[in-house]
Design a protein around this ligand. Structure first.
Ligand code: PLZ
Length: 454
């Protein structure tokens, strides 16, 4: 079946940056012309090289360029692209059966993934899980469960939050352009409260956690009404919002308030989960135990799968038939998830994220020392970022951010931007990234910053 015209990706691909044309090259540009004529312009691409293979820490394009991957398809291929066990499990499952619909006739893979999620998500209370296709769908279902379990309707979310692109999750997402502009009206009963953003908190980093938590609690109490709130949905480290690590004490204070007031605490671990931050789940860094947890992205090695896991009494509050969907927990995606978990254990990738993350932080701190335009370095494990500002201020420098990103792309390094102000460069390498390639990728970032000074 593996015909020779089909390139083979996975961990055996040469782990090197190799440029044989300009980026994007002529074949990518030709494909891009076809793409523009066929694909809706609303769907855009960060770096329009068309990919033929990927694995380990590289992405290979149709012109033969091998690029260093510092994005992992937005924090998805934590175990590497076309990871050996994942590719084999997908092939075997696809040959056995590809779909029955779990709601029609069930199968073991779905059950096994739920068992894994119940065991691995924070807290040793009894749990149940349900599986879906996308991150947004998992978040939607978290809100459904929280509303059903509490009989309340209000949903509280944070400034700078990102939770998806469906109607309800657009409402939960903070940033207007490009996610919300022109797409309203949005779902009602969504309330936004302050996020503890240390770099930008008026009272400073130290005061940030407690002050922001006090403000959130005050808003919920006085403006929304404690007994109206079904849930508070948060990212333990905000992703699209700019890799914002909340000020110390903020999340534990909110968790305590929610527990005391019957508000369901929903951790959106879609970007932070599955080893990314050097723990299985980012909530563990602060000892926060959420009632419900959403997972997606890193869960299935690149196949579309998401999960909602939570306290048994909340999850079981929903009547039979109240949750589901045709493809949710597709057997091929479940096989990929089980192989992903096996790979993470076998290669100890959670520990790898922590140790590589230390190197990444060392390099980013050193860059910041020599560059007055880097205002902040933050994140955990292999989820870290720099925020670019005009020197001596906190005024965002989005133009420089764009210039640096495009210089990295031309030099064969896949880098992603982020942030409410479009001035954050984020680093999300696969957890299997070879050390020498991470170092080389960061050399390119350093050169690109130097070539585009503040
Ligand atoms: N919650 C925390 O990070 C997806 C979005 C990219 P879906 N983040 C990448 C884009 O521009 O669409 C995300 C997330 C968090 C929810 C989601 C939504 O996950 O699988 O994209 O629906």
């Amino acid at each position: 079946m593996n015909d020779l015209s089909q390139p083979v990706g996975g961990p055996t691909l040469p782990q090197e940056r190799r440029l044989v044309t300009e980026v994007p090259g002529p074949r990518s540009r030709a494909l891009q012309e076809r793409r523009v004529a066929a694909v809706a312009a609303g769907v855009s691409s960060v770096l329009p090289v068309h990919v033929v293979a990927a694995g380990g820490g590289v992405v290979v394009d149709v012109d033969g360029n091998s690029l260093i991957d510092l994005g992992s398809g937005i924090a998805v291929v934590n175990v590497g692209n076309a990871a050996e066990k994942v590719a084999a499990a997908v092939a075997a499952q696809a040959a056995a059966f590809t779909h029955t619909c779990f709601m029609v006739t069930p199968y073991e893979g779905y059950v096994a993934v739920c068992e894994e999620l119940n065991a691995r998500t924070p807290g040793d209370h009894e749990k149940r899980s349900a599986l879906f296709n996308s991150g947004a769908e998992a978040v939607e279902n978290a809100v459904k469960v929280a509303r059903h379990a509490t009989g309340r309707s209000a949903v509280v979310v944070l400034d700078h939050a990102y939770h998806g692109r469906t109607n309800l999750t657009m409402a939960l997402t903070a940033k207007s352009m490009p996610y919300k502009t022109g797409f309203g009206p949005f779902a009602p009963e969504v309330y936004r409260v302050p996020m503890a953003y240390p770099f930008r908190w008026p009272g400073g980093r130290e005061a940030c956690g407690p002050e922001a938590a006090a403000e959130v609690i005050d808003r919920i109490t006085t403006e929304i009404g404690v007994d109206q709130v079904a849930c508070l949905v948060f990212e333990p480290i905000q992703g699209e919002g700019g890799f914002i690590v909340p000020g110390a004490g903020y999340l534990p204070a909110l968790a305590e308030f929610c527990a005391a007031n019957g508000i369901v605490l929903v951790a959106d671990e879609i970007q932070t989960g599955f080893g990314r931050t050097g723990r299985w789940f980012a909530c563990e860094h602060e000892g926060v135990v959420p009632d419900l947890v959403t997972t997606a992205k890193g869960i299935a090695g690149g196949l579309p799968l998401s999960g909602l896991t939570g306290r048994v009494e909340m999850m079981q509050a929903v009547h039979p038939g109240g949750l589901g969907g045709t493809y949710g927990g597709n057997p091929v995606a479940c096989a990929a998830a089980l192989a992903t978990i096996e790979t993470m254990e076998q290669l100890d990738l959670v520990a790898a994220a922590e140790s590589l993350g230390k190197e990444l932080r060392g390099r980013l701190d050193a860059l910041a020392d020599g560059d007055p335009g880097i205002g902040d370095v933050r994140g955990r494990g292999l989820m870290q970022a720099i925020e670019l500002v005009h020197p001596g201020t906190i005024e965002p420098d989005a133009a420089r951010t764009r210039a640096v990103l495009s210089a990295c792309h031309r030099a064969g390094v896949v880098t992603l931007g982020a942030g409410t102000y479009g001035n954050v460069i984020r680093f999300l390498p696969p957890l299997v990234m070879p050390e020498h390639l991470l170092a080389e990728g960061l050399d390119v970032v350093a050169e690109s910053l130097a070539a585009n000074p503040a």
